[in-house]
Ligand binder design. Structure first.
Ligand SMILES: [Zn+2]
Length: 331
């Protein structure tokens, strides 16, 4: 059994750390979940008719700054040594292997991982337990995940919970140049900044740590979490699909039509699954408090500002794992 040696931080100043709402739990059985991995693009559904995401896409100022600072980062990324970034993660107790693909591919992943990690460290949030690259085929041809965060351990791969991996099938060489224009075209994510993918996966990592710290972890001997096989119903409920791959609404006892409409205020991808709503808004909040030149936070993004009250409440319930309780917005 693979157990990571990373020290788990208990985030200080974490606005979500307290739970004023009493938790009522109703164990739910008989529902299936898609996988133990949460991935960008993995759930298909480019075809969903999402409402307001384009309007919310990006402030003009941010758009201007992202464009203006991109040449600087394209220069910096050429100077980064992925081997030294691996050493940096090793010094933090995090196994890291960025060893596949072209030199540019490895540099882009190293640059993203390093800067996103430094941003998490600024606000003392838990870091991924391992970083790796792997080939990830999608659920259908042409649709594949860019990256993934594991909420279950994969003992065959030696991945502890909260491992973040990057897909060798993705074109990382041009990732920084293309993600901005691509996202502007399809509005699939809350931001077109090249750190979006990294921060999105790191958001899953923070969320999984929160849930396992609060409720216990359904896997034994993992990262010091209290073992609680019964909490699995929470992650199963959170990851129960809302739409099928063609955008048809699936029967889901936790996500009412009202909630489906509320999470459309997030990005296209954020509308597809409750943990994706959280990860997308986490990335958006981090980027909105980031200096685009230094790639560092200028203030703590949490609690997240500038959300509608109803999206904030859904996000709060998702973050706290307040699901399968029959109350609130998320039932
Ligand atoms: Zn995700």
């Amino acid at each position: 059994m693979q157990v990571s040696s990373i020290t788990i931080h208990t985030p200080k100043n974490n606005p979500y750390a307290s739970s004023p709402k009493p938790l009522k739990t109703t164990p739910v059985t008989g529902n299936t979940v898609s996988s133990d991995r949460v991935s960008i693009y993995d759930k298909g559904s480019y075809n969903l008719a999402f409402g307001s995401m384009i309007d919310r896409y990006m402030e003009d100022k941010e758009e201007f700054l992202y464009k203006k600072t991109l040449p600087l980062h394209l220069k910096n990324v050429n100077d980064i040594d992925p081997y030294l970034v691996e050493k940096y993660f090793e010094s933090l107790g995090i196994p890291c292997q960025i060893r596949q693909g072209s030199k540019k591919t490895r540099q882009v992943i190293a640059y993203g991982c390093f800067n996103a990690t430094e941003m998490l460290r600024q606000i003392n949030m838990p870091l991924p337990t391992r970083i790796d690259m792997e080939e990830m085929l999608g659920s259908e041809p042409g649709v594949y995940p860019i990256a993934a965060c594991y909420y279950a351990p994969d003992y065959n791969k030696g991945y502890p919970i909260r491992t973040v991996t990057f897909n060798t099938l993705h074109n990382w060489d041009n990732h920084m140049e293309t993600c901005y224009e691509e996202n502007k075209r399809n509005g699939y994510h809350t931001s077109g900044h090249f750190l979006q993918t990294f921060l999105h996966e790191y958001g899953h990592n923070v969320h999984n740590h929160k849930l396992y710290s609060k409720f216990g972890c359904p896997y034994q001997n993992n990262l010091g979490y209290v073992y609680n096989p019964n909490m699995r119903y929470i992650t199963d409920a959170l990851n129960l699909k809302i739409y099928d791959k063609d955008g048809r609404v699936l029967q889901n006892p936790y996500v009412t039509e009202q909630v489906r409409n509320i999470i459309k205020q997030s990005s296209g991808y954020g509308s597809t699954l409750l943990p994706e709503t959280f990860a997308e808004e986490f990335a958006k909040a981090m980027l909105s408090c980031m200096n685009p030149t230094t790639l560092r936070l200028t203030k703590n993004p949490f609690p997240i500002q500038n959300l509608s009250p109803e999206l904030y409440n859904v996000l709060y319930e998702v973050w706290e794992g307040l699901i399968a309780d029959g109350q609130g917005l998320v039932k």
